[in-house]
Design a protein around this ligand. Structure first.
Ligand code: SF4
Ligand code: MSK
Length: 669
């Protein structure tokens, strides 16, 4: 049975009820039908890496203690763990590769419809990649930056260039352990090789490869995705937006964009403003064309253009079940195959757009760098032509289900908001942490899943407890979407913060819960942590900062990879699920205790949200004690010499992006 808690997501509950009445199966139904799920799999003790298997190990010692090849529980569980991390790294990184390819195409003039938007960010990335900017055209610089980024995936020698943005002491930890990530593809390939039958059979060595591979994601592929997307589409800055299923318009042509890469959704958004198409929409009786996002595509579009967010991962079927969607257009990752079935109950058409992600039963219209705008127009036109097929008796958009939110807190924006336009700086944040108004910072990120019934809202509970304890919260991914649609990302929500945090939020005019982007954008949090170290006063490494990371409800492999790169970067990280290596207590102990002595941070797995919050609060206070900032003392002012002594590399860009595209487009009279 699904777990049941107290909660209040009435919108999702109403939609699920409606689906039940219409005999439409949801992921929650399928989750129940899957019970009981395989115990060996849940414990990480199932191996099918060769044809002598599948093998499993009985954790109670009543059955086999080894696989046919002799692999024991530790090896099987650690190999399983490494493969999850490798798969997550592959997903984020392949996304990053597409963005690098697009940047090159734009620079060469081969991608009509796209342009370079943020030249400041381009110059910053050029600096990290040692690309000369002197007396060169923007396109030349962009092409070389794109080529350099692409080389990070397959270069024969050397390590990830973005890893040099970490504090020097963190880089030294990685060098000592020999986990500084090499080429991204190499780390993923090597992980697959090592975890095959008969190769790496030492759980310590395997977990070190998980460290290396996860860093290739966080400080490699995912960071490439984030930074190059900012160059192309703009670095997010604070924008007002709306979220929840109420953003779907009863009287307009509705297009849902779902997936992860902004390439497709950006073009759909632009095409929806085309005057000719708006005329066509009017001709079929619609009052305009509305675009809304699901999953991380929603986060990307919301924070760059204020395009509304319909829902997060576990709401994708519900969004279609409003009956008011003409087209769902998807690219990669977190798209449920069942969306085709739900669409089939309505007039809704489902369109796949990436050659990497076709779905049986969906129509495929490939969007590539050269044809993007034309194909996006075709898709919008299909939606318009489908509008007259909408069955009004099936439409159900819950009333009042729309929240306001403020989004777009890139690490540059946070710096700018705190320090001001002319002296963007993390100094005020560090000072407020040192004087105790803010106790620390928590990243509450990651997935939502159908293992958590919508009448419970653990992310809300966790975030409320953290801000009440004066911990500033930064969010990404579906966790951000969940809290955003519940109205937690407006400045007024500071009423729920502790006195100190509220005072700072009032002074700066920002919410106590900051939306920093999609799941690849966790790399923004890595940079923010590095900047905090660079600013001085909070130790010389990320592992000394009073910060913690959390994901209550991880679903995709990417989330575990994110968790592991945060731990390997020095951040205590806690997931609200059972440990994925429960059947191998020795490996679990390495993750949840041993890693602290090795990389300076560790994992925790705690399904009780109250205990989870307390563990994060305790950790932050422990770090404050270690820094000596819980003891009242004379303030140490850092001068330039002190800062130079910290020897930390870091980004210095300020936020900047182009004006947003309106989310709903109505024909001008
Ligand atoms: Fe079984 Fe070993 Fe083959 Fe895994 S690798 S399936 S444990 S024989
Ligand atoms: S979409 S990876 S459910 S955050 Fe990025 Fe959400 Fe997790 Fe997918």
């Amino acid at each position: 049975m699904t777990k049941k808690f107290e909660g209040s997501d009435q919108v999702s509950l109403d939609l699920l009820k409606r689906m039940k009445e219409s005999e439409i199966e949801s992921a929650f139904d399928r989750y129940d039908l899957q019970q009981p799920q395989c115990g060996f799999g849940q414990l990480g003790l199932c191996c099918r890496h060769c044809q002598m298997g599948p093998c499993n190990v009985d954790p109670f010692g009543r059955g086999p203690r080894r696989g046919v090849c002799g692999a024991d529980a530790n090896t099987i569980a650690a190999r399983h763990y490494v493969r999850i991390v490798a798969a997550g790294a592959a997903a984020h990184s392949d996304h990053g590769r597409s963005v690098a390819q697009l940047l090159i195409a734009v620079a060469r003039g081969e991608a009509p419809g796209y342009r370079i938007t943020d030249t400041k960010k381009l110059f910053e990335v050029a600096r990290v990649f040692d690309v000369s900017t002197k007396d060169r055209k923007i396109e030349e610089i962009a092409e070389e930056v794109g080529e350099m980024a692409l080389a990070e995936f397959g270069k024969a020698y050397g390590t990830q260039k973005f890893a040099t943005r970490a504090p020097i002491n963190r880089q030294k930890v990685w060098e000592k352990l020999d986990v500084t990530p090499r080429a991204i593809d190499r780390e993923v390939t090597e992980s697959m090789h090592r975890t095959g039958m008969g190769t790496d059979q030492d759980y310590n060595n395997l977990i070190m490869q998980a460290c290396r591979t996860s860093l290739a994601d966080g400080w490699g592929g995912a960071m490439i995705a984030t930074e190059l997307q900012d160059i192309l589409f703009g670095t997010p800055k604070p924008t007002r937006g709306t979220a929840n299923l109420g953003v779907i318009k009863e009287d307009e042509v509705n297009i849902l964009v779902h997936g992860h890469e902004p390439q497709m959704s950006e073009m759909i958004a632009v095409a929806s403003t085309d005057e000719e198409l708006l005329n066509e929409a009017e001709a079929v009786g619609a009052n305009g064309i509305s675009v809304a996002g699901v999953c991380c595509t929603a986060n990307e579009m919301l924070m760059r253009h204020g395009i509304p967010l319909a829902g997060h991962m576990k709401m994708q079927e519900m969004a279609i079940a409003t009956g008011a969607i003409e087209i769902v257009t998807v690219d990669i990752q977190c798209v449920m195959q069942a969306d085709v079935d739900v669409s089939g109950y309505y007039h809704t058409k489902m369109i796949t757009t990436s050659p990497k992600a076709k779905i049986t039963g969906a129509e495929h219209i490939e969007i590539n760098d050269e044809n993007a705008y034309e194909k996006a127009k075709d898709i919008v036109r299909m939606a318009i032509n489908n509008y007259p097929n909408r069955d009004k008796s099936k439409v159900f958009i819950p009333k009042g289900s729309k929240s306001q939110l403020v989004i777009g807190f890139s690490h540059e924006t946070i710096k700018y908001m705190l320090g001001g336009k002319f002296r963007a700086s993390y100094r005020p944040l560090n000072d407020n942490i040192m004087n105790g108004r803010i106790r620390g910072v928590a990243g509450v990120v990651g997935c939502t899943s159908s293992t958590v019934w919508p009448d419970q809202q653990p992310y809300m509970e966790l975030v409320k407890q953290l801000i009440a304890n004066n911990i500033l919260v930064v969010q990404t991914g579906c966790a951000a979407a969940e809290c955003g649609r519940e109205g937690m990302m407006v400045p007024e929500f500071m009423e729920n913060a502790g006195d100190g945090l509220r005072e700072v939020c009032e002074a700066v005019g920002m919410p106590p819960v900051l939306h920093a982007g999609s799941c690849v954008d966790n790399s923004r949090i890595l940079i923010a942590c590095s900047e905090m170290v660079k600013e001085g006063g909070l130790g010389n490494d990320i592992s000394e900062l009073p910060v913690a990371g959390a994901c209550f409800d991880w679903m995709h492999e990417k989330a575990l990879t994110i968790g592991h790169y945060f731990v390997t970067s020095g951040v205590f990280t806690i997931f609200g699920t059972k440990t994925p290596v429960a059947g191998a207590p020795v490996v679990d102990k390495l993750l949840c205790e041993g890693l602290e002595d090795i990389v300076g941070a560790k994992w925790a797995f705690e399904p009780d949200v109250n205990k989870m919050a307390q563990l994060m609060i305790d950790h932050i206070e422990k770090k404050r004690d270690a820094l000596g900032i819980n003891v009242k003392k004379e303030r140490k002012l850092y001068d330039m010499a002190d800062r130079r002594a910290l020897e930390v590399e870091g980004s210095t860009v300020q936020a900047g992006c182009e004006p947003g595209i309106a989310h709903s487009h109505q024909k001008k009279d």
